[in-house]
Unconditional design. Structure first.
Length: 89
C-alpha cells in the first residue's frame, strides 16, 4: 500500500522472469526432442522441478502442514492473525 509503484514493478519483474523461464524451458525441450544437447540438458530449471512436485503430490504436503500447525500454535493469533504476524516479525 505504501509503495504501489514498487509493488507493481516487482510483479512486472516476476511475470517477465516467469515468461522467460517458460520460454527457455520450452526451447530446451524442443531442442532435446530434436536430439540437440543444450547447456540446460543436465540441469533443470527450478520452475520445472516445482511443476513436477505439484504433479506428483497435488495439494498435500504433510511436512509443510505440520510446520504450519506448529507455527500457528507458537504464534497464538487469537482473532488477529495479521497483528500476530506483525508482532512476530
Amino acid at each position: 500500500e505504501a509503495a504501489p509503484n514498487a509493488s507493481a514493478a516487482v510483479i512486472k519483474l516476476f511475470r517477465a522472469y516467469r515468461e522467460q523461464a517458460e520460454r527457455l524451458s520450452d526451447l530446451n525441450e524442443l531442442l532435446a526432442r530434436e536430439g540437440k544437447a543444450t547447456a540446460l540438458s543436465g540441469a533443470r530449471l527450478p520452475i520445472d522441478e516445482v511443476h513436477e512436485i505439484f504433479e506428483r503430490r497435488p495439494n498435500h504436503f504433510a511436512a509443510l502442514e505440520e510446520e504450519a500447525e506448529a507455527f500457528i500454535s507458537v504464534l497464538d493469533p487469537g482473532d488477529d492473525l495479521l497483528g500476530a504476524l506483525k508482532a512476530w516479525l
